[in-house]
Structures are given as C-alpha cells and as structure tokens.
Design a protein around this ligand. Structure first.
Ligand code: FAD
Length: 457
C-alpha cells in the first residue's frame, strides 16, 4: 500500500540532544493564497525551554467533533494529553457526499460496517452526455468508500472518548486569550442538547485546536483571515429498489455549465438512498437552479424517488492566511483544507487533526511540558511539505478543467485512456502521485493535444 505513514508518537522518547531542536519558523508572509502557494521560511536553532507541568498533564480543547476533531482528540488522548472535545450536536449529519479514499479506511482503521457502499465504477458524464466509466484498473481489494457522516463522525468521536477524551455537548461561543506567557485560554460554551441551549460554562486549557468547520468561531477568535468558498447543496433521494440496484457500486459525476460553471454534480450511493448534489463558487444565488438541472440530467435513473433531506454548506477553496496563532491551531475545513475542483475534504480533515495532535503530543513530551507556537507550527510545516504541492496542482487542474464546456468534453474524452484512469484513481485512493510510465505518458500527451485541438476547433 502506497499510503503515507508517519512516525508513531506513542511513548516517544527524546534524547537530550533532541531537546535542542531546530525550529523552522514560518514568517507571517507564509499565507497560502489561492493561486500563489508561497512560503518564506526562517530557520532558527532554538532550545526547548517550556516549563514542565506539575500535578497534571497538558490540557487541550478540540472545538468541533467532525473528522478533524474526532481524529485530533483520539490522538491527543492516546498521547497523554488531558483532552476535551466540544461538539454542539452529537447526532450531527454534516452536509457531505461522504466519499472517502481507501487510504483513509486503512490509516484510520475504519470498520466496514460504517461504510455504506464500496464503489468500483465511477462514471464521468460530459456536457453532451458522453459517459466514460473508470474503474477497470482497480485491483480486487480497491474501492472508493461511501459513508454517511452521522456514522463516521460519531464513530471517530466514540473512539476518542474510549481513548480517554472527555466529550462535551456544547456550543463554543468565545475564547479569552491568556494575558501572560503560559497562562491558560478560557473557552466559553453553552451546554447544548442539540435543540436548546443550556447554561453558559467555561473551561481552562493550555492549547486549542479549532476543528469547527467552514464557519469556524475559533478562526474568528484568532483573526485567522478569510477564504473564498464554494456553496454546495445536496439532496438525499430515496429511489425505488430496482433503481438503487443500478447504483450498487457506481457513483456518477456530471459536468457542464448547466450543472455548474465551476464545479461538478454528483450521484453518490448510500445504503438506502442516493445523494445528488452540486456546487458553485461564482454563481451562489443560482444554486437551487443548478441543483434542479443536476436532477434533470440524472433523469430517469432517479425518477420516482423521494427527496428525504436537503442540505447545503460552504466549502473552503484554499487555506486561511493564518492557521496557527500562539497556542491555537486550525485543522480541517476551519483551516481551509478542501481540495479545489474535487471538493474532497474528509481525509484531509482527519489527517490534519491527527498531525496537529501529534505535534502537540511530541512538543509536550506526552503531556508533561507546556507547548508553544513553534510546537504547533511544526504541524503546519509537515502539512505544507506533504500536501502543499498536491493542493497547488489541483488549483491548476481546476483552472483548465472548468474553463469551458469544450474543455470538459476534452477532459472526459481523456479518461477513456486506461493510463489516465489509473493515474487519477491511484492519486485519489492513496493520496500519492502514481508512478509515471514514460511511454504511456507520451501517448497520453499526444492524445491530450488532439482532444484539446478538437475541443477548440
Ligand atoms: C455538500 C458537500 C459535499 C461534500 N462531499 C464531500 C465528499 O464526498 N468527500 C469529501 O472528502 N469531502 C466532501 N465535502 C467536504 C467535507 O464535508 C469537509 O471537508 C469535512 O466535513 C471537513 O471536516 P471537519 O471536521 O474539518 O469539519 P466539519 O465536518 O464541518 O465538522 C465541524 C464540526 O464542528 C461542529 N461545530 C461547529 N461550530 C461549533 C461550535 N461553535 N461549537 C461546537 N461545535 C461546533 C459542527 O457541529 C461539526 O460537527 C463536502 C462538503 C459539502 C458541503
């Protein structure tokens, strides 16, 4: 399996040499802006001088219990940190298509009973309804997972609780920042039962992970700056069993200006319904019209179906200008980690939550020492090194793919090539760039030029 693995943090021992670590500090101009992922780094050698904590362990609050928060809280708790996870709605069903890559199932050890469907065929449908099915290059054990978010999120939160995290059903409201070095943050929240707000309560912690999604209040509290966002809508549609059979292990993606000028429409199968949705960055007021057009294009395959749920939510398009400020770090959608063009964010949320928590566990020496901004920044550095180039590449793909209907026709045509299918599926399933075969790549390049010339003729 080609997935990326990281050094385990549990029981990590540091030699005295390691305590004089190299901190690579990113200057404020590190801002990731959409078309210009640019970093300026200043590497300094610093001695770790954070005080040892006595009588207790480091306390960290994770705000938000989606995949980012659940993964972060589990990692913190396992690493010896006193962990509090604040989630406003414990039965939350985050608006989401719920497609996840195989590497997430493996890396996060997800049980099969929370995966509704294992998709092995992905049909891409062009503006003129030319359909190309990709999937024949998959190995027998490979698939795209389809989950319902209410199940996935609850599972990850429960696992965090079983690892020792305290789950608080509350709505985070605001945060008082420490006035002195190493003083605690005070987080104010309303106890909440999903319907009515209860009492205002507060909690003191040493560090905070903001995993509270696209409308993050933690991000606002630290003045993290804004991002462009797409609005995405989705309907859960219960279709007759016979029609459901067609989608048993098939997902569909529709492109064309009727569906969206700058995104795609989808049909993703779940256990007893299909999710049909679309999104747009530049035409937000038209979102309902675009959704209607998507349903029309799917056509008779969902005819006779009943809409049982309608949901919509913003989708960040690039990371926020500031993702770590002092002892507060943002992860997942709160940080802006959604892949432009594809809208994929579940894996990146869980991964960033875990990576940020690993940095805190390591920096605090399993909860025994206070952490500082440098400890939290080490997560950013790893993140940007591993995923920065992929996000940058998708930014370029997005610009080419969504430019015109002709361009979309050309790209769909390219997916007829097995080599193109293999590349796209492997990079999705494993979050790595597939090994390039020079001859196949040359053939694909020649064919790409042909398709683009025809598209622009
Ligand atoms: C319509 C749509 C379809 C999508 N489809 C896919 C897909 O198929 N595959 C994919 O990979 N990605 C998809 N995404 C993106 C994906 O949903 C997100 O990237 C992912 O949910 C991010 O996870 P997260 O944990 O960072 O944030 P979220 O999942 O948004 O979780 C944040 C949590 O914080 C809680 N919260 C928020 N504010 C507070 C507060 N003040 N106090 C306490 N709790 C709070 C919320 O209740 C929520 O549980 C889709 C997005 C949309 C909108």
């Amino acid at each position: 399996m080609a997935s990326i693995t990281f050094k385990s943090f549990i029981g990590l021992h540091q030699s005295s040499m390691e305590k004089h670590r190299h901190h690579s500090i990113t200057t404020p101009s590190e801002c990731l802006v959409p078309s210009q992922l640019h970093y300026r780094r200043l590497t300094v050698v610093a001695a770790k001088s954070s005080p040892t904590i006595t009588g207790r362990n480091l306390r960290v609050a994770v705000v938000g219990g989606g995949p980012a928060g659940g993964a972060a809280a589990e990692t913190l708790a396992k690493g010896g940190i006193e962990t509090f996870l604040i989630e406003r709605k414990l039965d939350n069903a985050k608006p989401c298509g719920g497609s996840i890559p195989l590497c997430m199932v493996e890396e996060f050890d997800l049980p099969m009973d929370i995966i509704d469907r294992r998709v092995t065929n992905l049909k891409i449908i062009s503006p003129s309804n030319v359909a190309v099915t990709i999937g024949k290059t998959l190995k027998p054990h490979e698939y795209i997972g389809m989950v319902r978010r209410e199940l996935l999120d609850a599972y990850l939160r429960d696992r965090a609780e079983a690892s020792g995290a305290t789950i608080i059903n509350g709505l985070f409201v605001k945060m008082d920042k420490p006035q002195e070095k190493n003083a605690p943050y005070i987080l104010h929240y309303n106890t909440y039962n999903g319907k009515t707000a209860g009492e205002r309560t507060s909690i003191e912690v040493d560090a905070v992970i903001g995993a509270d999604g696209a409308n993050s209040r933690v991000a606002k509290s630290i003045d993290a700056g804004d991002y462009e966002y797409l609005i995405a809508i989705q309907e859960r549609i219960k279709i007759p069993d016979k029609k459901m059979k067609y989608y048993e292990n098939l997902a569909e993606m529709y492109v064309g200006s009727d569906i969206s000028p700058d995104f795609y429409g989808w049909v993703y199968p779940k256990s007893d319904h299909v999710d049909v949705g679309t999104g747009t960055l530049r035409h937000k007021p038209d979102i309902e019209k675009l959704q209607l057009a998507t349903r029309l294009r799917v056509g008779e395959k969902i005819q006779g179906g009943k809409i049982i749920w309608v949901e919509a939510h913003p989708m960040p398009q690039h990371p926020r200008p500031r993702r770590v400020v002092e002892r507060v770090a943002l992860v997942g959608d709160a940080a802006g980690y959604v892949m432009k063009g594809s809208g994929e964010g579940i894996y990146f949320a869980a991964k960033s939550g875990r990576m940020c928590a690993e940095a805190i566990v390591e920096g605090s020496e399993n909860g025994r020492k206070m952490v500082d901004e440098g400890d939290l920044r080490s997560y950013l550095e790893k993140w940007d090194t591993i995923f920065g180039p992929t996000f940058k590449k998708m930014d370029m793909v997005d610009k080419v793919f969504y430019r015109s209907n002709m361009g979309k026709e050309a790209v769909v045509e390219l997916f007829r090539h097995e080599y193109a299918q293999k590349m796209i599926l492997e990079s999705y399933l494993y979050k790595t760039v597939a090994t390039v075969n020079p001859l196949e790549r040359l053939k694909l390049a020649v064919s790409s030029i042909g398709s683009l010339v025809r598209a622009n003729a």
